[in-house]
Design a protein around this ligand. Sequence first.
Ligand SMILES: C[S@@+](CC[C@H](N)C(=O)[O-])C[C@H]1O[C@@H](n2cnc3c(N)ncnc32)[C@H](O)[C@@H]1O
Length: 206
Amino acid sequence: MSFYEQRILPRLINCACGTAPIMKQREKVVPQARGTVLEIGIGTGHNLPFYDPTRVTRLIGLDPSGTSWKLAGGRAAQLAFDVEFIGLPSERIPLDDASVDTVLVTYSLCTIPDAVAALRGMSRVLRPGGKLIFCEHGKAPDTDVCKWQDRINPLWSKLLGGCNLNRDIQGLLAAGGFHIEQMDTMYLPGTPRFTGYNVWGSAVPA
Ligand SMILES: C[S@@+](CC[C@H](N)C(=O)[O-])C[C@H]1O[C@@H](n2cnc3c(N)ncnc32)[C@H](O)[C@@H]1O
C-alpha cells in the first residue's frame, strides 16, 4: 500500500464524508439500526453518534482500513454499547449465518471491489426479520449527469481509493439478493450533481 493510500487517503475520506449534507443523511438512516448491528465499511466512524443506544445492543464494524478506524478514536469511546472492529474486507464477513439483526452500509457500496459478493454475505448473516439499512451515492437518473459521472470516474476512482461515481445501487442490491422495502432518492443540496445523487432506505433478503 502506498504512503498516499495508507496515510493521506483515510484523512481525505474522513473530511469528505463529514460534510453537513452527508451528516444529515446519516441522521435519517442510522437511528433505524437495532439489536446486534454489523456496519460494513465503518471507516472513521462518522455514523457512531447517530446510533440509538436504547435500540442497539452491540456493534461490529468491518473495514479493511485499520488506519481509518484509528481516526474514529473518540467517537467510539463515548458509546453506551459494545463496539468491536474487524479489519477485513466485506467480501469475507467472518460471522455466523443468521447472527445479526441489522446490517448498515453507508457510502461504501461505491468502493467495495466485489459489492455483489459482499451483499450476498450481508444477506447470509442477517437473522430472519433482519434488515439492511443503506445510504449511498451512485449512478444518477439524468443522462447528462451520468455522462459526467462516466467521464470523471476513472480519475476519481484512482484518487479516492476505488470509489466509483456511477454504480447502480438498486441493481447491486438486487444482484446481491436483496428486495428493497423502502427507498428515497435525491441530489444532496450544496453538492456537485455528479457525486450528490443519493439513494437510501431499507432492504431484506429476497
Ligand atoms: C467513502 S468511505 C465511507 C466510510 C463510512 N462508511 C462512512 O459512511 O463514512 C468507504 C469505506 O469503504 C471501505 N472499504 C473499502 N474496501 C472495502 C471492502 N472490501 N469491504 C468493506 N469496506 C471497504 C474503505 O476502507 C472506507 O472506509
